[in-house]
Design a protein around this ligand. Structure first.
Ligand code: ACO
Length: 424
């Protein structure tokens, strides 16, 4: 894996190569050899781990899961198949996929007592607050899958998390609108079951619309994993201490909630609503460019993609499919298309390489399907759970794994002595 080295000060440091992507300087011995740390807020130049799950080339707009391009997976695969791929490394055979889907469908129910947790929340609680609480609480219910040194228990916990997340998310929604919880129905697909638990009511049969089911499944695929982003790094960091997987995923959900990460789809749709009509776009573009205005175009820009986010391309296409299937239209979609067009021809956005990201169009589709904006990040968390558990499993199985412990550049006072309060 290494045949070159680089000199820093008086010492040589190995240069490691992955299968594709930039080489990395192995600085694990830097402090021992030089007495210095590296300084990299936001980890913009730091590889925190070795991983074989997902590869992104941000300049080219490439996203691969286990080598397969996201566009091909979104077009031809299903979320269950992508989940199997992420967890196991290879696409499943027909039998393997049937067995995996069966296993997931058999873990969809929640311990009945967990339903009481919901009642402890205010009805107007943000569903992400409910998700953080209920997912964290799973640790208190599934003790037989919290021994992280046992690969079998790790796999059961992973299956439970993937299977229960749609149930937990749908219940968060039902609670917020005051409707009864709908139990899972295991002969439905993963996406179909989620739609029924969310939009179905006990008073009548719920028919899953196949086009919406397919769009939902594709949205899940597009959010399944995204290498070492903030929430995934949070899951890895929490897991590095040996914390149980349910607690780690709750930590990931908390991180995902922020508007610079998973909360951006909610923020993007709110922004489109605020802009309202295409004639107001220039005003908002001017604000986004104004250094003295904190406003940013939500759904634009990405830490890694300095090109069109490949997920945004699929998402834009999916909006049209959903609109056709539901025979609806939304003027906000026209505003979004126009905003994209204007921004992409503006020097500010061109120079800074700011392109639409996955969140720019997802809000428009989710709102057409019937989800309130507060549920958008919940759907992201639901789908990303497979990535989180796959990354967490990879980390626990890695012999190089250590507890995460970044260092710092200390700029506070040097040692001084306590002064009694009367003398201050
Ligand atoms: N609108 C206007 N200007 C922007 C935007 C934007 N959306 N994004 C970045 N910029 C500008 C910054 O002001 C900065 O300008 P400067 O160099 O003159 O100071 C420059 O572009 C670089 O921005 P950074 O914040 O340093 O870039 P970084 O890579 O750290 O940030 C981020 C990426 C947080 C996603 C940022 O682009 C952003 O805030 N976008 C809006 C929120 C969003 O859509 N988040 C979703 C991310 S995707 C996801 O989580 C699934």
């Amino acid at each position: 894996m290494t045949d070159t080295s680089i000199k820093i000060g008086d010492s040589d440091y190995p240069v490691l190569s992955g299968t594709v992507g930039p080489d990395v300087i192995d600085i694990r011995k830097l402090y021992a050899k030089s007495g210095m740390f590296t300084y990299d807020p936001g980890f913009t130049s730091t590889a925190s781990c070795e991983s074989a799950l997902t590869y992104i080339d941000g300049d080219q707009g490439v996203l691969l899961h286990r080598g397969y391009p996201i566009g091909e997976l979104a077009e031809h695969s299903s979320f269950m198949e992508v989940s199997y791929l992420l967890l196991n490394g290879e696409l499943p055979s027909g039998d393997e996929l049937d067995k995996f889907s069966y296993t997931i469908s058999r873990h969809t129910m929640l311990h009945e007592q967990l339903a009481q947790f919901y009642r402890g929340f205010r009805r107007d609680a943000h569903p992400m607050a409910v998700m953080c609480g209920v997912v964290g609480a799973l640790s208190a219910f599934y003790h037989d899958s919290t021994d992280i040194s046992d690969p079998q228990q790790r796999m059961i916990a992973s299956h439970r998390l993937i299977a229960k997340m749609p149930t937990i998310a749908a219940m968060a929604y039902k609670y917020s609108v005051g409707q009864p919880f709908v139990y899972p129905k295991n002969d439905l697909s993963y996406a179909g079951n989620f739609l029924r638990m969310t939009f179905g009511v006990p008073a009548e049969e719920y028919e899953v619309n196949p086009a919406v089911e397919r769009a939902m499944d594709r949205i899940f695929i597009l959010h399944a994993d995204h290498e070492q982003n903030a929430s995934t790094s949070t899951v890895r960091l929490a897991g590095s201490s040996g914390a149980n997987p349910f607690a780690c995923i709750a930590a990931g959900i908390a991180c995902l909630w922020g508007p610079a990460h998973g909360g951006a789809n909610e923020a993007a749709l709110n922004m489109l609503r605020e802009i309202g009509t295409p004639d107001r776009i220039p005003e908002y573009i001017a604000r986004a460019k104004d250094k003295n205005d904190p406003f940013r175009l939500m759904g634009f820009g990405h830490r890694v993609y300095k090109n069109y986010d490949p997920r945004a391309t699929v998402m834009q296409k999916t909006v049209r499919e959903v609109f056709d299937a539901l025979n609806v239209s939304d003027p906000l979609f026209e505003t979004a298309l126009r905003l994209e067009e204007i921004a992409l021809s503006d020097d500010y956005f061109i120079e800074k390489k700011l392109f639409p990201n996955v969140d720019f169009y997802s809000g428009v589709i989710l709102s057409a399907i019937g989800f309130p904006t507060t549920m958008f990040t919940v759907l992201f968390a639901l789908a990303r759970t497979v990535g989180w558990v796959a990354q967490w499993n990879e980390m626990i199985s890695d012999p190089e794994q250590k507890i995460g412990r970044p260092r710092q550049l200390y700029t506070g006072p040097t040692e001084r002595h306590y002064v009694p309060i009367a003398e201050r």
